[in-house]
Design a protein around this ligand. Structure first.
Ligand SMILES: Cc1cc2nc3c(=O)[nH]c(=O)nc-3n(C[C@H](O)[C@H](O)[C@H](O)COP(=O)(O)OP(=O)(O)OC[C@H]3O[C@@H](n4cnc5c(N)ncnc54)[C@H](O)[C@@H]3O)c2cc1C
Ligand SMILES: *[C@@H]1O[C@H](CO)[C@@H](O)[C@H](O)[C@H]1NC(C)=O
Ligand SMILES: *[C@@H]1O[C@H](CO)[C@@H](O)[C@H](O)[C@H]1NC(C)=O
Ligand SMILES: *[C@@H]1O[C@H](CO)[C@@H](O)[C@H](O)[C@H]1NC(C)=O
Ligand SMILES: *[C@@H]1O[C@H](CO)[C@@H](O)[C@H](O)[C@H]1NC(C)=O
Ligand SMILES: *[C@@H]1O[C@H](CO)[C@@H](O)[C@H](O)[C@H]1NC(C)=O
Ligand SMILES: *[C@@H]1O[C@H](CO)[C@@H](O)[C@H](O)[C@H]1NC(C)=O
Length: 573
């Protein structure tokens, strides 16, 4: 935490909460020691209280569009992005969700809490030349961030996690599922007994060893006592917001850096009328925490990026840093759904208004019932391609090591597409994507225009072939005796990788990637300072040079925790 002597201004281009500044005219001044732009987790130095528009109901993420809760949720995320046509996915143009509100995407994400394999972080140490990013040195930051919490239904969790690898005093609550879809869950567990070679049970996937002798286990969520735990609710409690040295300004969108110590911003409601531009100054540091889309956009708008591309848009180059916005990596998934011979599925709630209202009333009354968990399901499996898989004839292994997964398998007690009936789904994500990467670039020199997002999804043969192999693994899982008499007809027909639906995980990283000090590529040094500029740091998911083989919020929290330590050290706070 910063010492009270430093003054901090934090910007969010989101919707807000009355203790925060709604209007720039109300700020006491525009001269600060630190100016923070965005900040999903950088708020760990700031701490905060939630936005009134962020719903604490965990389940909303998994519900189909059209539900009243879902509509509320859609209306709070106003980043209206789409991707370029993705050639690896039949030219499909995807919506690209970003939570532009207090807490960023941690206020609207799926809440899966997954740290990754030790080898993901050991690879970061290797790619940056800084041992400080290795698993052993990062583990204390995971423990610092985490507050292990009993699940909402207070069930006996013995045998569902390993207490030795969890923190109990952090600001982000983590818990196991708090509502049981038992008919489905028992079959998942039974399959790990019936096909132990392919799908052995793993006590705790967050130990750094998601595989090893074990590959599947209970999923953990950033949920505490039946409510979402986000960087907004965890790190910006009302008490912290009251600090005399912290001002948080809402509805403000930063357009660019001016002379590196100042930023140029506009307030969102007025921005469309073209007025209300202002400049805020930082005497010590500007910290960019605008996320993997927002951070490169601000850098490029400021003339920090590839000279040729900037010149083509008529933007004056202040610093030729060609890697800005490049090397984006993301996860894609696909899956299979089956009709089931059971009415114990999420559809029993989403397709029955009476039960939906009862379930919501239960959550509202006691923070229990089916609304306490989000979509991804109760378990996750972390799997590898067979060592002799034909995929390796096409490309060498791209996972960070033999203990890291190629796939994440999720087990979901619901179908896709809102079809009437009862369904379950097994989904498979390709979590070790190839070296062919995507990018975030500018469409024009209008700093408020939406950026161009190319995910480079499945654009290498390796990724597409691997995902096809992954789907075969899902079908193998469903072939276990445990599913006899339960599974009906599949609702998705798998012919080849082009024929099944591809979905996004929203795990984009890498657009302000770390590289070793002195490297001719990369955007920030291992201490997160932008190369070639003083007083400018990036602290968000964009600094991760390649996507870890997991959901990315836990990795973002440790970047923020370590980044905060670096800032404190530098300024002896
Ligand atoms: C739909 C969805 C589901 C997800 N599910 C999971 C999951 O289950 N588990 C998991 O681990 N991860 C999940 N993720 C990913 C995870 O949430 C992100 O990796 C993580 O939140 C990234 O944090 P960040 O701080 O880098 O950026 P963000 O969370 O994007 O935060 C950026 C902040 O900067 C602000 N900002 C941006 N531009 C500007 C600007 N110009 N001026 C001022 N402010 C600005 C934004 O308003 C926002 O508050 C999901 C993501 C999405 C979108
Ligand atoms: C990274 O790993 C490669 C291959 O193992 C090795 O040659 C290189 O020296 C390592 N780099 C650093 C900085 O550790
Ligand atoms: C929880 O379950 C474990 C093993 O399943 C058992 O040994 C233990 O007594 C149980 N605890 C409580 C409080 O019931
Ligand atoms: C992308 O990252 C790799 C290292 O992972 C690096 O070799 C390459 O130069 C980077 N590309 C760009 C355009 O920055
Ligand atoms: C679910 O099925 C059981 C047994 O088939 C039946 O008793 C029950 O009423 C059904 N519940 C709903 C909500 O349809
Ligand atoms: C909807 O749920 C209610 C309450 O559980 C139940 O009585 C009713 O039969 C259900 N309707 C259908 C169509 O399953
Ligand atoms: C939720 O609870 C509040 C009181 O805590 C009550 O006013 C409101 O009507 C409840 N909503 C529903 C849908 O039950």
């Amino acid at each position: 935490m910063f010492a009270p002597a430093s003054t901090i201004l934090s910007f969010f281009s989101g919707v807000g909460f009355c203790k925060l500044y709604e209007d720039v005219a109300d700020l006491p001044n525009l001269d600060y020691d630190f100016v923070i732009i965005g900040g999903m987790s950088l708020s760990l130095t700031l701490k905060q209280g939630g936005s009134r528009r962020t719903s604490p109901v965990p389940v909303e993420w998994s519900l189909g569009h059209g539900h009243p809760l879902q509509l509320e949720y859609i209306s709070i995320q106003d980043a209206d992005y789409t991707t370029t046509p993705q050639t690896g996915a039949n030219g499909h143009v995807f919506d690209y969700l970003r939570g532009y509100l207090l807490g960023g995407c941690s206020s609207h994400n799926g809440m899966a809490y997954t740290r990754g394999a030790a080898e993901d972080f050991d690879r970061y140490a290797n790619l940056t030349g800084d041992e400080g990013w290795s698993w052993n040195q990062i583990l204390p930051y995971f423990l610092k961030n985490e507050k292990w919490t009993a699940p909402a239904d207070d069930h006996n969790t013995t045998g569902q996690f390993n207490p030795a690898v969890h923190g109990t005093h952090g600001l982000i609550s983590v818990s196991l599922s708090g509502f049981s879809w038992s008919e489905f869950e028992q079959r998942v567990i039974q399959t790990t007994n019936e096909l132990p070679d392919d799908f052995p049970f793993n006590l705790d996937m967050n130990s750094g060893q998601p595989l090893g002798i074990a590959k599947s286990g209970w999923l953990q969520y950033t949920i505490g006592h039946g409510e979402r735990s986000s960087s907004a609710t965890g790190y910006l409690t009302p008490k912290i917001i009251q600090r005399p040295n912290l001002d948080v300004l809402l509805h403000a969108q930063v357009s660019k850096l001016v002379l590196f110590r100042r930023i140029h911003a506009a307030q969102t409601p007025i921005r469309h009328a073209g007025a209300s531009l202002f400049v805020a100054k930082a005497s010590k540091e500007i910290i960019l925490s605008a996320g993997t889309i927002g951070t490169p956009q601000i850098l490029l708008n400021s003339g920090i990026g590839d000279r040729t591309a900037l010149e083509a848009l008529g933007i004056l180059t202040l610093l030729d840093l060609p890697s800005v916005g490049k090397n984006a990596s993301e996860h894609a998934y696909s899956g299979v759904s089956w009709a089931v011979n059971s009415n114990q599925t999420v559809e029993s709630i989403t397709q029955n208004t009476t039960r939906f209202n009862e379930a919501f009333a239960e959550w509202n009354r006691s923070r229990t019932g089916p609304f306490v968990d989000p979509g991804p399901g109760t378990h996750a499996g972390w799997l590898r391609l067979d060592a002799d898989s034909p995929v390796f004839n096409v490309h060498a292994d791209l996972s960070p090591g033999p203990g890291a997964p190629h796939f994440e398998m999720l087990f979901q007690p619901f179908g896709v597409g809102g079809i009437p009936g009862h369904f379950i789904s097994l989904t498979m994500a390709m979590v070790s994507p190839s070296v062919v990467r995507g990018s975030v670039t500018l469409s024009s020199n209008n700093p408020f225009a939406a950026p161009v997002i190319d995910l480079g999804l499945l654009s290498s043969e390796f990724d597409a072939l691997a995902l096809t192999e992954g789907i075969k693994l899902a079908l193998k899982f469903a072939s276990a005796p445990a599913w006899n008499g339960y599974l009906g007809a599949p609702t998705t027909v798998i012919v080849d990788n082009k024929k099944f639906g591809i979905f996004l995980m929203y795990h984009i990283v890498g657009t302000a990637g770390m590289s070793p000090r002195g490297a001719q590529y990369g955007v920030v040094d291992p201490d997160l300072k932008v190369k070639g500029i003083a007083g400018l740091r990036v602290i968000d998911a964009s600094v991760l040079p390649i996507v870890p083989g997991v959901h990315t919020q836990a990795a973002t929290y440790v970047v923020a925790e370590r980044g905060a330590d670096m800032v404190k050290q530098k300024w002896t706070l």
